[in-house]
Design a protein around this ligand. Structure first.
Ligand SMILES: [Fe+2]
Length: 468
């Protein structure tokens, strides 16, 4: 059966030759002008923020819980903790610092490529006390290396790239550990205040992004990862995009309209996946007394109407979009909606400008344990008026994870290159569980289209006719 989404496969999200570029270049990054001492302080604080969060996530449960596998999809929390230390040791202590290995015998245990998640609990892992001791020792050495290392040149060390990469790595594992907490059964152990209420009311349903080229990716962001580089010009046809992510209330309409049982809305792979796993609603939802309820970090509560839907797979997002007569945005469309400033033609670091995220801009960093209602962050809107692109929920795009033209693997092929191809879909924008250091307008996440335990939702888009 032909499915609606296939109609939209022909897109003009194509790079243009460099000699046709007349777009203004990216602005210099603020880190470039920081004196060395301030750059070191900023870097050390960023590493410490990650460690504080790892500590919160691993001290919230007892030792039995730390070594247990809460889901076959996830590692025991104690594996994540020591893996964080192991990567920090390999990159900062040994590679950048040239120091002696602390625990070379555990390298293999914490190599994510050698040890699939399902078998991690059966490995002779460091126990909780040993793992904490290990990551503490590594951190002391890494901070010493930071003090001693010149930060103005060298691919790994310029503007403290390797330290920024390791801070992002730790924060990414913290988000994974947060997802493990969501899968864990038992009473709530994590606590945080509610996010702000909606303050931008009566937002238009969608925003039109005009046709034309924009600069996608980055060549100047000092802590950008290899897959975000280099900056390149991409022509994007005019399209309309939802002003906010799709809400629970809207998603529930799809569910109640029988969307999960109507083959028309699903791709072949999506329908197969839905059928085999008997999926009938977002993960963690259930129906009781005529209402939708959800479990959120151990709390049972009614599903709030005005929050972005979360814990849906790519296939569910795609089916919803087809049901709604729309489609998912391509990755280029998402980034253009987020970064393109029509007044200058320049691509910004974030929708609101070049300034790092603050609590005024976006729901990031596990400050709140849920997405915020739509309209809660008018201060984070893009110049075209698109809201909540950064934070709240990762947003599925229709794009496969592919290298940009001119991609060079750095610092190792296993960071991105081995994941390129049709198996992974790109997600953009970060979630309430992503730290600001690990989210940018250019940041690319990727996952299998079946994934639901991640903090992923989506927004829809549609073609608009030429001349709009
Ligand atoms: Fe990792």
């Amino acid at each position: 059966m032909a499915s609606v989404h296939n109609v939209h496969n022909v897109r003009r999200d194509v790079p243009l030759p460099d000699d046709r570029s007349d777009l203004p270049p990216e602005a210099d990054h603020p880190l470039v002008d920081l004196p060395d001492e301030e750059l070191r302080v900023h870097t050390a604080e960023t590493l410490e923020r990650a460690r504080d969060r790892s500590t919160t996530l691993t001290e919230a449960v007892d030792d039995d819980d730390l070594v247990k596998q809460h889901s076959k999809l996830m590692s025991p929390l104690v594996w994540d903790l020591a893996h964080i230390g192991s990567q920090e040791e390999i990159w900062l202590v040994r590679d950048v610092g040239g120091r002696e290995p602390l625990r070379p015998e555990i390298d293999d245990l914490y190599d994510a490529f050698q040890q699939p998640r399902a078998i991690r609990p059966s490995l002779p892992l460091l126990g909780p006390a040993e793992a904490r001791d290990y990551v503490g020792q590594v951190r002391r050495k890494a901070l010493d290396v930071l003090e001693q290392t010149p930060l103005r040149d060298g691919d790994l060390t310029r503007l403290a790239f390797a330290f920024g990469m390791i801070a992002q790595h730790e924060q990414q594992h913290d988000e994974t550990m947060l997802a493990t907490h969501q899968l864990r059964r038992g009473d709530p152990v994590l606590h945080a205040p509610a996010p702000p209420p909606a303050s931008a009311l009566d937002l238009p349903e969608e925003v039109v992004v005009p046709a034309g080229p924009f600069l996608m990716g980055t060549s100047v962001e000092p802590w950008a990862l290899d897959n975000e580089c280099p900056a390149h010009e991409v022509y994007v046809d005019a399209f309309a995009v939802d002003t906010t992510p799709v809400t629970n209330a809207r998603y529930a309409e799809f569910v109640e309209d029988g969307g999960y049982h109507d083959r028309r809305w699903w791709s072949e792979e999506g329908w197969h996946y839905r059928s085999v796993h008997d999926i009938n609603a977002p993960r963690f939802w259930w129906r009781e007394d005529g209402h939708w309820w959800r479990t959120r970090f151990g709390v049972h509560e009614p599903v709030p109407d005005d929050e972005p839907v979360v814990h849906v797979s790519y296939y569910e997002a795609e089916a919803f979009a087809a049901w709604a007569g729309r489609r998912l945005p391509t990755e280029a469309e998402w980034e253009k909606a987020a970064r393109y400033d029509p007044a200058t033609g320049r691509s910004r670091r974030y929708p609101w400008g070049d300034e790092d995220p603050t609590p005024r801009h976006a729901n990031l960093g596990q400050r709140h344990l849920r997405p915020a209602p739509v309209g809660a962050y008018p201060g984070g809107a893009s110049p075209l008026g698109v809201h909540q692109l950064i934070g709240d929920v990762w947003e599925w795009t229709s794009s496969d994870f592919r290298p940009y033209p001119g991609f060079v693997a750095f610092p190792y092929r296993e960071y991105s290159e081995v994941f390129f191809g049709p198996d992974h879909k790109v997600l953009r924008g970060g979630s309430f569980g992503s730290d600001p250091v690990a989210v940018r307008g250019t940041f690319r996440n990727w996952d299998f289209p079946v994934r639901r335990q991640i903090f992923a939702g989506f927004r829809c888009a549609r073609d608009v006719t030429a001349g709009v």
